[in-house]
Ligand binder design. Structure first.
Ligand SMILES: [Zn+2]
Length: 163
């Protein structure tokens, strides 16, 4: 029997700014509303309806989240403009990740709803990760311990210039 590979369950993202904001309940909305803190929040790129941010607790270096500006809990509740742009940003993210890390493959996925493993269920987002053959070998699945070979600031600096 094969174990389902589910990096999405390791979902922790930037804590966000605007602690006194009415948006404080949603990390993605806080990040979206505070462009002055983009570097601190590891926002790589902003488009018109969505943005790309590093997952601050990555499953692997280069683990990105592609997030709509709209606070929606379901993919089919998002506007076409938004979902079109999410896919455009997924393409752009793939290009950037390929340029920096030369991965052998990618994972792209969404968790819709808590039961599906969403850490932040109220605001949809797409995960994108670079993958290599055998890359799980250096990550222990025991005790949720993972070895991430690169710090976030380094990942951010490398990827930012590719967007
Ligand atoms: Zn939100």
């Amino acid at each position: 029997m094969k174990t389902l590979w589910s990096p999405w369950r390791y979902e922790y993202i930037a804590s966000g700014g605007a602690p006194n904001s009415k948006l404080r309940g949603c990390v993605f909305c806080s990040i979206q509303a505070d462009p002055a803190r983009d570097e601190a929040n590891f926002v790589l790129h902003r488009a018109s309806a969505s943005f790309v941010v590093l997952n601050i607790y990555p499953y692997i270096s280069g683990h990105l989240l592609i997030v709509p500006n709209e606070h929606v809990a379901d993919l089919d509740a998002a506007t076409k403009e938004t979902t079109d742009e999410l896919m455009d940003l997924a393409k752009r993210s793939q290009t950037a990740l390929r340029a920096v890390y030369q991965p052998e493959g990618f994972n792209l996925g969404m968790n819709l709803g808590k039961s599906a493993g969403a850490g932040i269920a109220d605001h949809i987002h797409i995960h994108m990760l670079p993958r290599w053959a055998g890359d799980t070998n250096f990550m222990s699945t025991v005790g949720d311990t993972r070895v991430i070979p690169e710090d976030l600031a380094t990942t951010y600096r490398k990827l930012k210039e590719k967007f």
